[in-house]
Write a protein that binds this ligand. Structure first.
Ligand SMILES: Cc1ncc(COP(=O)(O)O)c(C=O)c1O
Length: 388
């Protein structure tokens, strides 16, 4: 997509899905297969996703949010329990704890990566702490060696909110293999999509079994087992939800998975092109990346040195938006939201590093269909936006 930002109708979003003929064929075949939901494509998608993510098992659900909720339910998070989360994330990470009646406790982030800081986690652990949810913000995986050590030391669960990091790796271990439970999202802006959709992957068969119960009303026996037994009998083992993902969405997911590797490669190429540009620009720097991390680049985020640039972020943001560059800000710290202030007495000053970063971050367009010319155009516009 090569475009001219002087054209008034032009808009380059920060992220966009990609659907090809093979995807359309897969969905059509699934729609005509006789199974719209709870059919064979669900299991196939679970198996294939678990395989590429280095996990033994997967449970598909109808959003990343449902996957987080199901993960909290499988760990039996309940009123009185605390779960440590970072403030720089989409609110769904913390909301999932609240759905179970638990309390999200915010631990500040590392200033260079904006990932949860293991040292800050330890300060927040007490006898009520049951789990940590680490968020692989922007597609860069957290420091899982340090996180696993903490989880083991305090006998708490480690959950990876990997809604940004499918296809990435930490020291050679794929996203999906580093925590007790790992959660993916297949929302359209993500690396692969099912429209809406999500999955929990794990090596723990029992936890995945609980998630499968939870996504299907808490029913103990699935349709196939009942059919095999020729029985109408089922039991509600827990008050679950209908979080099922349809067969045609799973067929789309299977088709999209085939393109995951090439898409991650393209995202990395575009990110490198941005990196090279920012090496030459004073006052703007990308988030830190390290060689031992294979970045999944869901987002390309830069930090603005506003003091040096002598500009405020809104000016830069508005200039770029007016040029059709769909910059965004990920994220408003979760503890700033009125619900969290009202319910958990959170306040400005609770996580100073995240708060300082929030004032200065900007997400630039990054998706596989972008061209080198698109990146050049964004860079050109940024140069104009920050020139005094
Ligand atoms: C970090 C993070 N967690 C959870 C979610 C929720 O995923 P979904 O939109 O599929 O419900 C998102 C979605 O963008 C996310 O970015």
């Amino acid at each position: 997509m090569t475009s001219d930002f002087e054209n008034k109708n032009f808009f380059l979003p920060y992220g966009r899905h990609d659907i090809d003929e093979e995807d359309l064929k897969a969905v059509r075949n699934a729609l005509l297969s006789g199974w719209l939901t709870t059919g064979p494509k669900v299991e196939e998608f679970e198996e294939k996703t678990a395989k590429i993510s280095g996990a033994g098992f997967g449970a598909a659900v109808n959003s990343g949010t449902a996957a987080l909720h199901a993960a909290m339910a499988a760990l039996d998070i309940k009123p009185g329990d605390e779960v440590i989360v970072p403030p720089i994330t989409f609110a769904a990470t913390a909301n999932a704890v609240v759905y179970q009646g638990g309390k999200p406790v915010f631990a500040d982030v590392d200033p260079d990566t904006l990932l949860i800081d293991p040292l800050k986690i330890e300060e927040k652990i007490n006898s009520r702490t049951r789990a940590v949810i680490a968020v692989d913000y922007a597609g860069r995986m957290c420091d899982y060696d340090a996180l696993r050590k903490i989880a083991k030391k305090y006998d708490i669960y480690l959950v990876a909110d990997a809604c940004h990091s499918i296809g990435g790796a930490y020291k050679g271990s794929p996203s999906g293999s580093c925590a007790d439970l790992t959660v993916f999202s297949f929302h359209p802006v993500k690396q692969i999509t099912t429209g809406e959709g999500g999955m929990v992957v794990s090596n723990d068969k029992d936890l995945i079994h609980r998630i499968k119960l939870f996504r299907n009303h808490g029913i103990s026996d699935d349709l196939h087992q009942r059919r095999e037994k020729e029985s109408w009998y089922y039991e509600i083992q827990m008050p679950g939800f209908n979080y099922r993902l349809t067969d045609f969405q799973c067929a789309l997911g299977i088709s999209q998975l085939k393109k995951l590797e090439s898409r991650i490669h393209k995202r990395n190429c575009l990110a490198k092109q941005y990196d090279r540009f920012f090496e030459r620009i004073d006052g703007i720097a990308p988030l830190k990346r390290q060689e031992f991390i294979s970045h999944a680049y869901h987002l390309y985020v830069v930090k603005l040195d506003l003091e040096r640039l002598k500009k405020n972020r809104l000016e830069i943001f508005s200039f770029l938006r007016n040029k059709g560059i769909g910059v965004n800000v990920h994220y408003i710290p979760v503890h700033y939201h009125p619900f969290y202030k009202k319910t958990f007495n959170t306040y400005k000053g609770l996580c100073p590093i995240a708060e300082y970063a929030y004032e200065r971050i900007l997400t630039l367009p990054l998706f596989p269909a972008m061209t080198e010319d698109d990146v050049k155009m964004v860079c050109h516009a940024i140069k104009r936006a920050v020139t005094p």
